[in-house]
Design a protein around this ligand. Structure first.
Ligand code: MG
Length: 280
């Protein structure tokens, strides 16, 4: 695979990504795909998706897990509803992630990814050991399927995330880096985070955002790529300097405005192609 292939985050029947057709119409060669709804994680669905992607000449670089009941409405709601942290849904969602790992295998994809949720900052908090155990369990399951697990960034600072990964003692646990999330959640400067996380970064989102007035307490604002405060040129320079050559996956989650979503993804493709020529 050549370096820095353009990608886009897609969905079939669940999640906030664009339709596979949008990736095709924009001539994008790689996708990350949100896992389909629970009943649809079958060989039949995988075969259908693979047939369409084969026609379009698109490859899948990661399968993202996501769950019923998750909401990104505001930061406290994320804490309560997202990922494997909320205790009430943890066991059921871990079982679902294993199904998603099996589904990714049907798609021939060796990366699964997810938002873990807010990992406690205090290691003495009993839920720290619990989430560590759940993550180890999922890593081992994925490894058996020949896969790595990538954690979406944003909720944790880069040092906290590195520490957590080290504590799992698993060699197939890496990072899906999202620079806009660092800003949206107020988790630190995204460029410094790239440099700190270094070769733990094995997939990335290209997304942009502006800082909130009170970072960490309220949301920043997601923007069109290039119009936020990430600095796409700085971001790509940083990725180059850590030796990252994997796909650049555009994420723009405004499915309620599909026309604008497609336009803005098209704009992002042009911006990334221009920067890629200048920087890589
Ligand atoms: Mg993301």
């Amino acid at each position: 695979m050549s370096d820095w292939k353009i990608g886009v985050f897609t969905s079939v029947d669940a999640g906030l990504g664009v339709d596979l057709e949008v990736a095709h119409e924009l001539g994008i060669p790689t996708i990350q795909i949100h896992a389909p709804h629970q009943g649809n994680r079958t060989q039949g669905t995988a075969d259908e998706i693979l047939a369409r992607l084969g026609q379009y000449n698109i490859s899948v670089t990661a399968v993202f897990g996501g769950f019923e009941g998750e909401s990104y409405a505001d930061i406290p709601t994320v804490v309560k509803t997202v990922g494997l942290m909320p205790q009430e849904t943890r066991a059921a969602r871990l079982a679902e992630m294993k199904e998603i790992s099996d589904f990714a295998k049907m798609l021939g994809c060796n990366v699964i990814a997810l938002h873990l949720g807010f990992v406690p900052h205090d290691k003495q908090d009993p839920s720290y050991a619990e989430i560590l155990g759940v993550t180890q369990d999922l890593c081992d399951y994925a490894k058996n399927n020949g896969q790595a697990l990538h954690l979406e960034t944003g909720q944790e600072t880069a040092p906290a995330l590195l520490d957590f990964i080290a504590d799992t003692q698993r060699d197939n646990l890496f990072v899906n880096f999202d620079p806009a999330n660092m800003i949206l959640y107020g988790a630190g400067n995204p460029i410094e985070a790239v440099n700190l996380l270094g070769d733990k970064i094995r997939s990335v989102h290209c997304k942009d955002a502006r800082w909130a007035a009170n970072p960490g307490k309220e949301w920043g604002e997601e923007t069109m790529l290039g119009e936020g405060e990430v600095g796409m040129d700085l971001y790509l320079h940083a990725l180059k300097s850590i030796g990252y050559r994997g796909p650049l996956t555009i994420e723009r989650e405004i499915p309620q405005e599909p026309t604008r979503q497609k336009d803005e993804i098209g704009h992002a493709v042009r911006l990334l192609n221009r920067l890629k020529q200048e920087i890589l």
